[in-house]
Design a binder for this molecule. Structure first.
Ligand code: SF4
Length: 381
């Protein structure tokens, strides 16, 4: 973590276009701006002084106007299933987390946070009970990825290039990504730049609880995968579980899904946490199938991860299977997702580490909110 020098720009906050404009003002041309941008996206680059491949005068000129922030994990917890939860302390002391999930064939998915806390107040999510502290900057989002690659390298994981370390990037950590839209978009521009880590649109998924106008914006501005935290197909139930539904009820949310531009063979990922006695009945499954009719989608069913802090329970396994069967019989690709990292509170709906300013772990933890269970981008069934 780097202290924030006043009146200097954190160069990690800037997309290539923004960096080019900034350095142009100090007499550095576009070609060298491209080179600088590319170097800034390298894991292990923590300071402008590290850019020894640039001439010293150029480095010094940059350093008069800008600096580089970076993150390092304050703690790492490892699950028996291989999932790692990395907690990062930000420059202002706030804590966020990223969850690194190994998947098949030695691949890795990284679940990143987009805000400190969350204002959306979903009832099953302990981040929602924390309230909202602030948005993450683009640099704080990008730095989670760079710091995780550095961590993987330190763990003995080797890849030919930085872009090969993390196969899928999912915005399902702490916070509602679409409530931090401008910074999310800048971070996506940086992470997807061909001169940077080169995440392609197929490898990035943004999950939302349903901020309808921003879903349209996301579809206009990017071609990343969309995931919807659905959790009920009934307005009254969904409004009880997710206050956002009072502002953007299901009809609007489903219309936004229908209008979302999907590339060839792409589908929307529908996430559905199963809560016993609340949204897990056969009738709930039939209603979900009815509402999703005509929307190219894949459904992930996520039996709730029980927490002492919240009054919900997962359904019995037989009911989970019945729910899945009803959806499958209606033609929906429906998967029951294992919670990853449950023993380190990194799993879906569980608690995520919250470290107080003195560095001790709190007994009570904040929720891992969206669902770090996505191990591959949603594809057409
Ligand atoms: S589930 Fe997502 S949107 Fe809802 S409160 Fe938790 S972090 Fe916020």
């Amino acid at each position: 973590m780097t202290a924030t020098p006043a009146a200097k720009a954190d160069l990690r906050n800037l997309s290539r276009g923004q960096l080019t404009a900034m350095v142009k003002e100090i007499g550095i041309g576009a070609t060298r701006a491209n080179r600088i941008f590319s170097l800034l996206q390298q894991p292990g680059c923590h300071d402008l002084a590290d850019l020894t491949m640039l001439k010293r005068e150029l480095r010094e000129k940059l350093a008069r106007h800008g600096y580089l922030s970076h993150l390092a994990p304050a703690t790492v917890e490892k699950s028996s299933d291989g999932t790692s939860k990395l907690a990062f302390r930000l420059a202002d002391g706030a804590m966020i987390e990223s969850v690194l999930i190994p998947t098949e064939h030695d691949r890795h998915t990284l679940c990143v946070s987009s805000q400190v806390g969350c204002a959306m107040g979903c009832r099953f999510c302990l981040t929602g009970t924390m309230g909202f502290t602030r948005n993450l900057t683009p640099a704080e989002i990008v730095n989670q990825v760079l710091a995780t690659i550095e961590y993987m390298t330190a763990q003995g994981i080797h890849r030919a290039t930085p872009r090969e370390f993390i196969n899928n990037l999912v915005f399902m950590g702490m916070g509602e990504p679409l409530a931090n839209y401008d910074n999310l978009l800048t971070a996506l521009n940086i992470l997807m730049d061909v001169l940077g880590l080169e995440f392609t649109e197929r490898r990035v998924t943004v999950s939302t609880c349903g901020i309808v106008p921003r879903i349209a914006d996301l579809g206009r501005d990017t071609r990343v995968n969309l995931a919807i935290s659905m959790h009920s197909a009934d307005d009254a139930t969904r409004s009880r579980l997710m206050p956002v539904n009072r502002t953007y009820p299901l009809e609007q949310l489903l219309a936004a899904c229908r209008a979302f531009p999907l590339g060839k063979k792409k589908v929307i990922l529908i996430e559905y946490i199963l809560l016993e006695g609340i949204n897990d009945s056969d009738e709930d499954a039939r209603l979900l199938a009815e509402k999703l009719s005509g929307i190219p989608c894949r459904i992930n069913l996520l039996p709730y991860n029980q927490s002492a802090d919240l009054p919900y329970r997962p359904p019995a396994p037989e009911q989970v299977k019945r729910f899945q069967k009803i959806l499958r019989d209606q033609g929906f690709l429906t998967l029951v997702r294992d919670s990853r990292g449950a023993d380190i509170s990194a799993a879906c709906g569980q608690l995520a580490g919250k470290i107080p300013s003195d560095g001790r772990k709190t007994a009570r933890r904040a929720a891992e909110p969206h669902h770090p269970t996505v191990d591959s981008p949603p594809k057409q069934r």
